[in-house]
Write a protein that binds this ligand. Structure first.
Ligand code: IVH
Length: 495
């Protein structure tokens, strides 16, 4: 199997055969994602393919496959499980531009027969897995996955490991919190360390890790995750929500009961009067994205009023009163073509990944940082691997993991250096970060030049040529020597 996004094909379909092939690729991608737990293609490639299929279906309604994945929750590929949901657990329709958000607003207006009067809420679209958490008399009794929206799987084995979903509430409330469970970035790194210590492969990304962790019932270790509610329903006929509660009020009731909600995230839950203001909040949350401690793949806009929600109603896959404004992908899959090593100012050997070019958050990425040899070994990275690469905002792109299932037969483990790539000398391998055995002396010239720079010692006129001469004369062997240089030593070096 090959990675689709690496090809970067922009997809348009000219005939039925191509449509059917595209539908099959969507099915394959969803099946491996929900079944085997890895992604054949990244979200950007998946969304593009799905939009092309939807376009074709809109133009050829008579030829649309009756079981097309576009019309089903989780593309009809999620394991359904055997626990019936109290009320359907639905997905969201997507928009990608301000114009599409305006068009969604117009369709909501048509359904209501008037301008929405109850305002909108705006909150992050967290990139994890949807679950329903059932509390009875204040005790967390069951956690269920979304499944096909009607039935989900019982994943109560994670009770006690999810921050934000306490096993015992301070009040004896009975209700079902609905929301997203995920690994925060910090939890993701801790999870991968635990897995490496148990000889298990690292997760390709937090979302795959979440799906895998919910599914795995017999691991010898437990991994901490986090939950934020984005909704709630009543359970067993026990009253919980204030009469006529809209979305913001519903989440406030959940928070009062002691469960975390999207309002508790650093991105927050915002209530606004108009869709224009909602767009402003979408932009504000998008701007926060790189600094958030967890992944978001969009921002969700909802009509706040319970009455307007009821009037707008639901389709087969999603409610008409809510929409996801999808943000550009910050994670893509591409091929790891090579790794080169450099010596930093402190003598540390730093590996850089050479990648097949991939569009990521507004730029073309061809290089990404890798941490150190131990990390490369822990991730079992091979040259030729399809890898997940993450970049958001000004963050330097980083390689997260290999998609092991897509590894070609001729892939080779990333070669580790046997000698210093700068001076050819020995390597000190006593720590996780390998260093040239000569330490800072190996890359002394860049170190001195850096120390003399404006941000540190700010020594006017001490450029690379001067530094090279001072090192060659033996007058400077480390940064401290700069402070004891005599006029004579400087004059000789400058001449
Ligand atoms: S509302 C009936 N709000 O995104 C309303 N969903 O792509 C349905 N998600 O299945 C969901 N953050 O798993 C909602 N703030 C949020 C969300 C959110 C993440 C997930 C959820 C949903 C998926 C749709």
């Amino acid at each position: 199997m090959t990675n689709v996004s690496a090809v970067e094909a922009s997809f348009s379909m000219s005939g039925r055969a191509e449509y059917e092939a595209a539908v099959q690729r969507l099915r394959d991608a969803s099946r491996t994602y929900y079944g085997a737990g890895y992604s054949l293609m990244d979200d950007a490639a998946y969304d593009r393919l799905r939009l092309a299929v939807l376009d074709w279906e809109a133009e050829h309604p008579d030829e649309t496959a009756p079981d097309s994945p576009t019309g089903r929750v989780a593309d009809g590929a999620a394991p359904a499980g055997d626990v019936a949901h109290t009320a359907r657990l639905l997905s969201l329709d997507n928009v990608f531009t301000p114009e599409q958000l305006t068009a969604w607003g117009a369709s909501l207006r048509r359904r209501l027969g008037h301008e929405p009067a109850g305002g909108f809420t705006v909150e992050p679209k967290m990139d994890g897995a949807a679950v329903a958490a059932r509390y009875r008399d204040g005790r967390l009794t069951q956690i269920i996955t979304r499944g096909d929206g009607t039935h989900g799987e019982d994943v109560s084995h994670v009770i006690g490991t999810v921050v934000g979903l306490p096993e015992q509430l301070p009040v004896p409330a009975t209700f079902e919190a609905r929301g997203e469970v995920l690994f925060t970035q910090e939890q993701f790194e801790a999870a991968n360390e635990t897995r490496a210590a148990h000889g298990a492969g690292v997760f390709a990304n937090p979302r795959n890790g979440t799906a895998g962790t919910l599914r795995a019932k017999d691991r010898p270790y437990r991994l901490a995750m986090t939950f934020w509610a984005y909704g709630a329903v009543e359970l067993d006929g026990v009253p919980f929500l204030p009469a006529g509660a809209g979305h913001a009020e519903t989440l406030a009731a959940v928070a009062r009961a002691g469960v975390r909600t999207t309002a508790d995230t650093p991105a927050g839950l915002h209530t606004v009067a108009t869709l224009d203001e909602a767009q402003e909040k979408v932009d504000a949350i998008a701007a926060l994205r790189a600094s958030l401690p967890f992944g978001i793949d969009g921002v969700v806009v909802k009509a706040d009023s319970a009455t307007e929600q009821a009037t707008a109603g639901f389709g087969t896959r999603f409610p008409y009163w809510a929409v996801a404004y999808k943000l550009p992908a910050v994670e893509r899959q591409t091929v790891l073509q090579d790794v080169f090593w450099e010596v930093g100012r402190t003598g540390v050997l730093a590996p850089t990944a050479v990648l097949a070019p991939v569009e990521l958050d507004g730029s073309t990425v061809t290089r990404a940082t890798l941490h150190n040899p131990a990390d490369i070994l822990r991730r079992d990275l091979h040259i030729g691997d399809t890898v997940t690469v993450y970049k958001a905002g000004d963050i330097i792109p980083r390689v997260q993991a290999a998609v092991v299932e897509l590894r070609p037969q001729d892939a080779v483990p990333v070669p580790l250096p046997h000698e210093c790539p700068h001076c050819g000398g020995g390597i000190d391998k006593s720590q996780e970060r390998w260093r040239c055995a000569k330490g800072t002396a190996c890359a002394l010239a860049p170190l001195i030049e850096y120390a003399a720079g404006r941000d540190i010692l700010d020594i006017d006129g001490l450029g690379r040529k001067y530094v090279d001469a001072l090192i060659a004369s033996g007058d400077v062997g480390d940064v401290a020597d700069l402070f004891t240089l005599t006029e004579e030593q400087l004059t000789v070096a400058s001449g």
